[in-house]
Design a protein around this ligand. Structure first.
Ligand SMILES: [Mn+2]
Length: 433
């Protein structure tokens, strides 16, 4: 099924082999960091030097001296910028490609599942696509484990292309899928309290948590990884009931129940924790720590854990505060914040676990511009990538992304107009579906 994608991956691998120096530009989230790491490690194994730069987005032509530019988890949506790059370019991305890349004096290898007739929204992310390229560069099968951080980080499914990658990791002993729950390892009480995937709404709700634990016969001191099958089942049932009561999207249930993924050779074995730590490093402007963990540099592990815990508590504080500020449009829910520490993670949790019946739009105003994160789920028949693009264009901004997760940037003084347009577009899509 990956044949067409491999054709382009082979072309990318040829460009990488030919290049003397490589500069990788990647996104700062978990998928960006892990895809950047997969490619960087594969390049290093060829004995080549690489530069790695983490970007929030591809806003201008990257300046570099290397003779090959690799864009990872970005590039497909910016044909104008890619066209202006002087060097040969490898794009490893899963965002929907738009426009046409003009490659007059250079070679462009564009490895994107959408261009190979594959699903880039749920079935292949940047890191699993990067793994397909790494596979063409040598014996890099251990990097299947690193790629899992991108799959989980981008909330994709282990089906299609992702499944091919994960299965390879299992076959060769780098990944193990065991019966259990897809939650963090550690003491049950702390795991439930700090969890945001799934978000169980126990943060600073000790009495409620005590009651929850008491009802199913736990003290909270149990180690999650040591629960018996019967205990795990009991816990899972109680969590499902709680999730449904609090308004979670029911698709999240199958994501955390039944199996847990173990990365046998990585510094952090629990795949959920591995992903979360890398994601938190990205959000905390410490991408290099996340990268170091992907590259198995043990000296960064403790720092990574520290960053993660701090990030998790800040996120929970932010959720507690912001859920009171949510407004309702005709067909959407939205949140307008000023100088909030983050937009995407809050929008993700609120839209998945508390308000999953309508598209959710979070706007963060900083100085003159507003950053927008929008979220939906497959039950809501809207294409947020398209909504963000059209609504942002209308107000002099720029937007796009996936159907269930998209974003935009726009002038701060036009937020109101933008929200109205988003609402109108969502209503139109919902009524025509
Ligand atoms: Mn991605």
């Amino acid at each position: 099924m990956l044949d067409m994608l491999r054709v382009e991956a082979v072309k990318a691998a040829e460009l990488i082999r030919k290049a003397e120096s490589v500069h990788i530009y990647t996104h700062y989230d978990a998928d960006g960091i892990s895809s950047g790491a997969v490619i960087a490690i594969a390049v290093k194994r060829l004995g080549k030097q690489f530069h790695l730069t983490f970007l929030k987005g591809l806003n201008s032509v990257p300046e570099c001296d290397s003779d090959l530019v690799i864009l990872s988890d970005m590039g497909s949506g910016y044909p104008d910028i890619v066209s202006e790059i002087e060097q040969d370019v490898v794009i490893i991305d899963h965002h929907y490609p738009i426009g046409r890349i003009e490659a007059e004096d250079k070679i462009v290898a564009h490895v994107n599942p959408h261009l190979a007739g594959l699903d880039g929204t749920y079935e292949l992310c940047a890191s699993s696509t990067a793994y397909i390229v790494a596979e063409c560069l040598g014996n890099n099968e251990d990097l299947t484990a690193v790629a899992i951080a991108g799959i989980l980080g981008d909330k994709q499914k282990i089906v299609g292309g992702n499944e091919v990658v994960v299965k390879k990791g299992i076959e060769l002993g780098f990944v193990d899928v065991q019966k259990g729950l897809n939650i963090h390892s550690g003491k049950l009480r702390e795991v439930l309290q700090l969890s945001t995937e799934p978000f169980l709404d126990f943060y600073e709700k000790d009495a409620e948590l005590d009651e929850f634990l008491g009802k199913i016969g736990f003290s909270g001191e149990e180690e999650v990884d040591e629960l018996s099958e019967e205990e795990t089942r009991k816990l899972a049932n109680a969590i499902v009931i709680r999730l449904l009561k609090q308004g979670a999207y029911d698709g999240v249930i199958e994501e955390f129940i039944g199996r847990k993924i173990v990365l046998k050779e990585e510094l952090i074995k629990n795949a959920v924790t591995y992903t979360d730590v890398i994601n938190a490093c990205g959000r905390a402007a410490a991408c290099s720590v996340g990268f170091a963990i992907c590259a198995k540099d043990e000296s960064y592990l403790e720092k990574g854990y520290r960053i993660w815990k701090k990030f998790q508590i800040e996120l929970l504080e932010e959720i507690t505060k912001r859920r009171e500020e949510i407004k309702e449009g005709e067909c959407i829910r939205y949140l307008v914040m000023e100088k909030a520490p983050s937009t995407g993670p809050v929008a993700t949790v609120l839209s998945r676990y508390l308000f999953s019946d309508k598209p959710f739009i979070a706007v963060n105003i900083k100085n003159d511009s507003a950053k927008v994160s929008s979220r939906a789920n497959p039950r809501i028949k809207v294409d947020l990538g398209e909504v963000m693009r059209l609504a942002a264009e209308k107000v002099g901004g720029r937007g796009g992304g996936h159907s269930v997760a998209a974003g935009a940037m726009l002038p701060a003084d036009r937020v109101e107009e933008f929200i109205k347009e988003v609402d109108r577009l969502c209503c139109a899509m919902l009524s025509s579906s």
